[in-house]
Design a protein around this ligand. Structure first.
Ligand SMILES: [Zn+2]
Length: 114
């Protein structure tokens, strides 16, 4: 078997396929996420803010130094409290798994591997 369309094992280099935008999209970071994450920060505009839980109680944010030190900082990102690792249930669990973070706290959290 040979001819056009048959891979010869030396197709495009791996580098060319590793498009960061595409892999982020594949992990769920779609336009839908962008819009939802932005809407979330309109409701929870400060670093360390989280929705109330199912019983209407406050939830403590994870790795928000601003919250811990009672500092008022504008949130710049919507963060998954527990890393979703491709689990779309965790990914979209706004009530239990989303929090607003500022850039610094977000960076610290991802540096910690969370
Ligand atoms: Zn912060």
């Amino acid at each position: 078997m040979s001819g056009p369309g048959v891979p010869d094992g030396r197709g495009e280099p791996v580098e060319a396929r590793r498009e960061p935008k595409r892999s982020a999209y594949a992990r769920g970071y779609t336009k839908k996420w962008d819009a939802a994450a932005k809407r979330f920060r309109q409701l929870y505009p400060l670093c360390g803010m989280r929705p109330l839980d199912d019983d209407g109680r406050d939830q403590v944010p994870v790795m928000s130094q601003c919250y811990d030190e009672q500092r008022v900082t504008a949130a710049t990102q919507t963060d998954h409290v527990r890393p979703h690792r491709g689990d779309m249930t965790l990914f979209w669990d706004v009530t239990h798994n989303w929090q607003a973070l500022c850039r610094r706290c977000g960076a610290r959290k991802s540096q910690a591997g969370l």
